[in-house]
Design a protein around this ligand. Structure first.
Ligand SMILES: [Zn+2]
Length: 128
């Protein structure tokens, strides 16, 4: 009898997969949508944003940092630890909870500039 292999990608395959920009874009788009569907908008430091709503501390028993990420990675056949490593590097921020994946520093920097200069940089490429 033939046994079906579990649909799990190795660390190496996950890295290769996310290194393709279209795959990474698809991953972020789909996963961010899943988070937004499951999260609520809360006010953090006077700013409205989607977040898990839990305090990020091991002392909080209700905090399950990678609940949706683990499930999504399993469905997609990706290694969730490697996904976290990869995204930390890509987003240039520590990811201690999956809600960190929603925050894009490049987007934030753009908003900072808009605030600072009172200008809308829409349509301009900001120098990295
Ligand atoms: Zn969180």
């Amino acid at each position: 009898m033939q046994q079906e292999l579990p649909k799990i990608r190795t660390v190496h395959m996950t890295n290769l997969y996310l290194s393709v920009p279209e795959n990474l874009e698809k991953f972020l788009r789909e996963f961010r949508q899943i988070l937004k569907d499951n999260y609520q908008i809360i006010t953090v430091e006077g700013e409205e944003r989607y977040a898990c709503g839990q305090e990020h501390t091991k002392l909080n028993p209700d905090w399950v940092p990678f609940k949706h990420l683990e499930r999504y990675c399993l469905e997609q056949g990706l290694d969730d630890f490697e996904v976290r490593d990869f995204l930390e590097e890509y987003l240039q921020r520590p990811i201690i909870c999956e809600c960190d994946i929603l925050i894009d520093r490049r987007e934030e920097r753009k908003m900072d500039l808009i605030e600072q200069f009172g200008m809308d940089f829409e349509g301009y490429d900001l120098v990295d």
